[in-house]
Design a protein around this ligand. Structure first.
Ligand code: NDP
Length: 285
């Protein structure tokens, strides 16, 4: 599996398997099938409610721990009278316990909301203690990312953001490259929104390579050196989504896909006050 090298030297497989919105009672089977298909990089989050099932699948397959790259995410921590740093360490321990692991490969701040500077300080400490190989963020717009970098010791290794043909993030990626932050796409297929799977531009490129639209989208991201974590509950699609290393998109095809960019989210804006308030009020445990 092709890998990217993070800013601290850790190698991260460029294709992983995402488990958002897989119901808890289906997650173990899905992750076992994904590991069987050849995925070695898994992406979950405390807020997905399925870390235990991911851990059960890891245990059931018995793969050596060092062959796996496991990411989970810290939900927004609340400590009105206490310490957000302590709450972050407690949340990290809970995630590790649910996953049945003794260390993580990547721990991400899930949202750029709340007291994430305290969260980051705690994560830096967890990293120094060797309990997590790399730390990063998710859903950070450039302004917040740069501010976090400029006022802390460790630069996030990764920023996991919505990235797909309709929201391509080329400028954000360039800035992240300058600062040593690896871009990782969430929602590579935009969850099928905007009729992605039948888009005429993507379909004609897929036809030219005898590949599917899904494979063209993932190939386009990987050629841009974007880490991808497609989700599927279907083993045939899990295999299809891994089978993207035997063809190359031409410069002309890359340019055609570039024209699909709308420069806007198809989901929600992390700067929308109503969304900030809704996410910030959400408690997961
Ligand atoms: P995706 O863009 O990966 O789309 C998933 C959808 O595409 C599912 O409906 C799936 O259906 C379908 N699909 C998958 N493969 C194919 C295929 N080859 N052909 C046709 N349809 C296909 O959406 P996600 O939101 O799941 O994003 C991926 C991962 O990113 C998440 O699982 C999660 O790990 C992460 N994420 C992170 C967020 C964050 O805030 N940090 C936010 C959202 C996601 P089916 O399952 O039926 O095959």
């Amino acid at each position: 599996m092709q890998a990217v090298t993070l800013n601290n030297g850790v190698e991260m497989p460029i294709v992983g398997f995402g488990v958002f919105q897989i119901p808890e009672d289906q997650t173990q089977a899905a992750v076992e099938a994904a590991l069987e298909a050849g995925y070695r990089h898994l992406d979950t989050a405390a807020s997905y409610g399925n870390e235990e099932a991911v851990g059960a699948a890891i245990a059931a397959t018995g793969l050596p721990r060092e062959d796996l790259f496991v990411t989970t995410k810290l939900w927004i921590q609340h400590a009105p009278t206490g310490s957000v740093e302590d709450e972050t360490k407690r949340a990290f321990d809970s995630s590790l316990r649910r996953l049945g692991l003794d260390h993580l490969d990547l721990y991400l701040i899930h949202q750029p909301l709340g007291d994430y500077y305290s969260e980051w300080r705690a994560m830096q400490q967890l990293h120094r203690e060797g309990r997590v190989r790399a730390i990063g963020v998710s859903n950070f717009h450039p302004d917040r990312l740069i501010d976090l970098i400029d006022h802390n010791e460790i630069t996030p290794a990764v920023n996991q953001i919505e990235t797909h043909p309709f929201h391509q993030r080329a400028t954000d990626q360039e800035l992240m490259r300058e600062r040593g932050v690896q871009i990782e796409s969430w929602g590579p297929f935009a969850e099928g929104r905007n009729n992605l799977f039948t888009n005429p531009t993507l379909s004609s490129i897929a036809e030219a390579h005898a590949k599917s639209v899904a494979q063209v989208v993932l190939r386009w991201l990987v050629q841009r050196e974007v880490v991808v974590i497609p989700k599927s509950v279907r083993p045939d699609r899990m295999a299809e989504n891994l089978d993207i290393f035997d063809f190359t998109l031409t410069d002309d095809q890359m340019s055609k896909i570039a024209t699909l960019d709308t420069g806007a989210s198809l989901f929600f804006d992390h700067r929308d006050p109503a969304m900030v308030s809704w996410l910030g009020g959400r408690r997961i445990d």
